[in-house]
Design a binder for this molecule. Structure first.
Ligand code: DX5
Ligand code: ZN
Length: 221
């Protein structure tokens, strides 16, 4: 089963609640929340207060993708704001297995993400602690960038080592033409921002994305 996770980074922030409500009713599986601190990435987005205010809009799982340098300082605040899962980056200074434990101890699921420049070997051994791997197929920081297909080999490597024991999510440049490549590599969760929210009909765009992904999945079976 492929899961579609709209990233609100590309939503209309003046109508954020409405936008989330639309994709919720339209069949989104999860809501992807891109948190940026202007330090780990060259952009700033939002934090726990905003997440708390949009939490009641949907009962789907909310996952925060923390593109921040010191996640250890904020993990508890994000969990208090109501997220179901937290993705940290492998490139942060802190011990990521300790961060994973902190997330779990506070009742949340945990994921780990890799920037394009970071080799898969950095997380292959520690992945057993996490529920999810998030493979970046753009350099994090902005929506609407070009998909980096050479990153897909990382997904293949995870599946070779872990089979279906972990969720593998792809983030960056996902649309109807790139989603099938990600699924064929072994991804079961797709993040999409501009391919959903920058379209005139986000629900139709999400449906088209799901269809493209499921067609690719069928070919695999
Ligand atoms: C990029 C973010 C992505 C972003 C994807 O740093 O992590 O989640 O929203 O945007 P698109 O789907 O437009 O590439
Ligand atoms: Zn993201």
């Amino acid at each position: 089963m492929i899961e579609i996770c709209p990233s609100i980074l590309s939503a209309d922030f003046s109508r954020l609640g409405e936008n989330i409500h639309t994709v919720d009713l339209g069949g989104a599986d999860q809501i992807h929340l891109d948190v940026m601190d202007g330090h780990f990435v060259p952009n700033i987005t939002f934090g726990p207060p905003l997440i708390k205010s949009i939490r009641p809009v949907s009962s789907k799982p909310y996952w925060a993708h923390l593109m921040i340098s010191e996640p250890e300082k904020y993990i508890k605040s994000f969990i208090k704001a109501g997220v179901d899962g937290i993705v940290i980056h492998a490139e942060v200074k802190a011990d990521t297995v300790e961060l994973c434990k902190l997330i779990h101890d506070n009742g949340c699921d945990a994921g780990i993400s890799l920037n394009p420049a970071t080799p898969i070997e950095v997380i292959l051994k520690i992945l057993k602690h996490f529920e999810r791997a998030l493979i970046m197929t753009v350099n994090p920081g902005f929506g609407g960038q070009k998909f980096m297909s050479e990153q897909l080999d990382k997904i293949v490597r995870i599946r070779e080592n872990y089979g279906n024991d972990i969720d593998v999510e792809v983030d960056g440049g996902i649309d109807v033409s790139t989603a099938p490549m990600a699924v064929k590599a072994g991804a079961n969760m797709l993040v999409a921002g501009s391919a959903i929210f920058r379209k005139a009909d986000p629900v139709a765009a999400m449906t088209a994305l799901r269809r493209a992904a499921e067609d690719a999945e069928q070919i695999l079976q």
